[in-house]
Design a protein around this ligand. Structure first.
Ligand code: NAD
Length: 276
């Protein structure tokens, strides 16, 4: 029970990575408040966990909604130990010369402004008690160029920057701030990104398995939930301002198939001598 007695708030908790993390945190002893715009799904997820989870409707782009989400968790549980800013969309797509301003802005609002508001209001209640773990969802598109649509990549790079900067401020209050950069992970969002259909989960699982660096193994929401569990628990007590990439090695250039494709030849010599 790595989160015994802890209270977590998770935005975007009605689906995918958020919903998986709700379940994983509860298995480890936490109580969870999940915030999302999807009321029906969010309520169903919360009800499936009995008294350990509560749903609170919120739009992460709305200042008042985010402040109320945090108030709701405090009124219900008296504290917040873990804040996970996870809500997201694929957002604006297409070549830079064609992206409508409003679509670019919406993408930035949901990812970057949502993360800012969640971090701001969580910090406000964590600072007086001098403890807490804030976990933000970045992406491999937030640490490399060309791994996602422009607005999404810009927002995710922003989240990595915000994470590091706020970590530098809040460490003196005993609060840690980290982010996770998932590679392609089977969820409705990635089904939308790859196949333009939120519901095409089995097709996208097959597609990701084919392209996975780790032979035949697509990234799953539970992989990210487990990374979040590490960052939420005391096991990561000395990890701060970190961006934890969970992508099967994709951003290292790893790819299943013939070793010479991805592995520098010298490292393949017997005895591990690189000759370099
Ligand atoms: N799935 C991937 O491959 C992948 C890769 C890298 C990063 N991520 C990030 O992980 C996070 C979770 O994504 P997912 O793949 O689980 O997607 P998902 O679509 O399964 O879940 C996202 C959730 O966010 C909610 N949401 C969207 N806009 C909202 C708003 N304005 N206010 C409140 N809730 C809102 C949705 O209703 C949904 O429940 C996102 O930030 C995403 O960018 C996902």
């Amino acid at each position: 029970m790595r989160l015994e007695g802890k209270v977590a708030v998770i935005t975007g908790g009605a689906s995918g990575i958020g919903a998986s993390t709700v379940g994983r945190f509860i298995e480890e002893g936490a109580s969870v408040v999940l915030g999302d715009i999807q009321s029906k799904l969010g309520t169903e997820i919360a009800n499936s966990h009995g008294k350990s989870a509560l749903f609170h409707k919120c739009d992460v782009t709305n200042d008042r909604d985010m402040s109320r989400l945090i108030d709701f968790a405090i009124d219900t549980h008296g504290k917040i130990d873990i804040m996970m800013n996870n809500a997201g969309i694929v957002g604006a797509r297409g070549p830079i010369s064609k992206i409508p301003l409003e679509e670019f802005e919406t993408t930035i609002q949901i990812h970057l402004i949502g993360t800012f508001l969640g971090t701001k209001y969580a910090a406000e209640v964590m600072m007086p008690v001098q403890s807490g773990s804030i976990i933000n969802l970045a992406s491999t598109a937030g640490v490399n160029g060309g791994w996602g649509p422009h607005a999404y990549a810009a927002a995710k790079h922003g989240i990595v920057g915000l994470t590091k900067n706020v970590a530098a401020e809040l460490c003196r209050y005993g609060i840690r701030v980290n982010c996770i950069a998932p590679g392609s992970t089977v969820t409705p969002l990635v089904a939308k990104a790859h196949l333009d259909d939120h519901e095409a989960l089995s097709e996208v699982t097959e597609k990701l398995a084919e392209n996975s660096p780790i032979l035949g193994r697509p990234g799953q929401a539970i992989d990210i939930a487990n990374a979040a569990l590490y960052l939420a628990s005391e096991e990561s007590g000395n990890t701060n301002g970190h961006c934890l990439v969970v992508d099967g090695g994709a951003t290292t250039g790893s790819k299943a198939g013939d070793p010479p494709y991805s592995t520098p030849q010298p490292f393949l010599r017997e005895g591990g001598k690189s000759g370099m």
